[in-house]
Design a protein around this ligand. Structure first.
Ligand code: SF4
Length: 389
């Protein structure tokens, strides 16, 4: 659905730039879209085939898992056969960094995994090792914190129902340590399977470390379309406020459909930039914020699409007022999702529901809704005494 081609001017967080092979993230660069191979890394032909298919689908970076020396050896061969920007996922054996770094552009380690091998050795020594290897091999690093494997010391410090604070503390601690080593070519990810946790932990991190590029993702998002929707919910709230420098949409799809992760990532970014969102996003702009859902099979009246365009045109006169108007396509998400907008419309088969915040004003036929919306908008402008910016 094309509602509007003009992109919102989202102010991005002032993160520093981090080079990953031929791609640079952070510092206002376009948000890089990533995916990950799901082949057995030692099956070189299959892995190279999947990497190249992902690049063809538009992947900026492709991640490959390496769990053993045999995987690392395979990676050396894979590198010879592709020019893709490759990131490697180190699991528990951090020492493999040494074997893989010459063949990749980025190394991801998980702070929660540094406890399994060489338990007597402090994690700082292990991170110093990884950072040293990365620096001498022209590699970036990702500190990848994951809700399922958080540093146990951090988990113990918080109550059981607070899963966000341990992740945040772990990430901040690793950033501080990498900084102390003068290693700044890194980004951070804070992933959870609950989109609300992803929003909260990334927001809190970005507030404290505006300089560190963030890799966004929702883990175990599942199969499309649900997996895409979950991810979209988190990304809308983060990217809409300038948070996020690279993304991955993790989907449970067969190997030959992995490119769908890239397609989904790119369309989510494009939709956010154009104001086509499923959740009410406050872009933090000092102007009128008109958002409309990207539409899906749940739309019950095609007139919704025209309505979204008409709302945009009709409200043009109020563009300098910082108010949010949400236009949603269905009764499934419309009623709840519009609660956070100043004025919300959601479309039923034969009428449009109008709301002012969470308060319902009424249901109006499609050909009567625009004047009624204008009446409410005028009243709101007077009431809020919004000053032109
Ligand atoms: Fe689909 Fe309804 Fe969400 Fe619009 S609001 S994208 S129609 S579920």
């Amino acid at each position: 659905m094309e509602v509007d081609s003009s992109e919102l001017k989202i102010e991005r967080n002032p993160t520093r730039s981090v080079k990953i092979g031929a791609v640079t993230i952070g510092d206002g660069n376009p948000i890089a879209v990533q995916s990950m191979t799901a082949t057995h890394t030692q099956d070189v032909d299959a892995t190279v085939g999947q990497i190249n298919a992902l690049v063809e689908a538009g992947a900026d970076v492709v991640r490959v898992a390496v769990d053993s020396r045999k995987d690392a050896e395979a990676l050396a061969e894979i590198r010879k056969q592709t020019t893709a920007n490759i990131s490697v996922d180190l699991q528990e054996n951090y020492r493999l960094a040494e074997d893989v770094a010459p063949h990749v552009d980025k190394i991801r380690y998980n702070p929660g995994h540094l406890y399994h091998h060489e338990r007597e050795k402090p994690w700082q020594e292990k991170v110093r090792f990884i950072a040293g290897i990365a620096a001498s091999n022209d590699c970036a690093v990702r500190v990848g914190v994951n809700c399922g494997s958080v540093d146990p010391d951090k988990v113990d410090r918080y109550s059981e129902d607070d899963s966000v604070s341990p992740m945040l503390e772990s990430a901040l601690e690793h950033c501080e340590f990498l900084d102390s080593l003068d290693f700044t070519r890194y980004c951070v990810s804070l992933k959870d399977s609950d989109p609300q946790n992803v929003i909260e932990v990334n927001r809190r991190f970005a507030e404290q470390r505006t300089d560190v590029p963030l890799h966004l993702g929702v883990t175990e998002a599942g199969m499309p379309p649900d997996g895409i929707i979950k991810t979209r919910i988190a990304f809308e709230q983060l990217i809409g406020r300038g948070i996020g420098d690279t993304i991955r949409v993790s989907l449970t799809v067969p190997n030959n459909r992995k490119g769908e992760e890239i397609d989904a990532g790119r369309s989510i970014i494009a939709d956010i930039a154009a104001g086509r969102v499923r959740t009410v996003v406050d872009y933090g702009l000092p102007t009128l914020n008109i958002i409309s859902c990207p539409s899906c099979s749940r739309v019950e009246n095609e007139a919704f699409i025209e309505l979204a365009q008409d709302v945009k045109k009709m409200t043009e006169y109020a563009r300098e007022h910082a108010l949010t108007i949400a236009v949603m396509g269905c009764r499934v998400n419309g009623p709840g999702e519009t609660d956070d907008a100043d004025l919300g419309l959601w479309c039923a088969p034969n009428f449009v529901n109008l709301k002012r915040g969470p308060e319902e004003i009424g249901a109006f036929p499609y050909d009567e809704i625009l004047p009624r919306l204008k009446q409410e908008l005028d009243a709101l402008i007077v009431e809020k005494s919004c000053q032109p910016s």
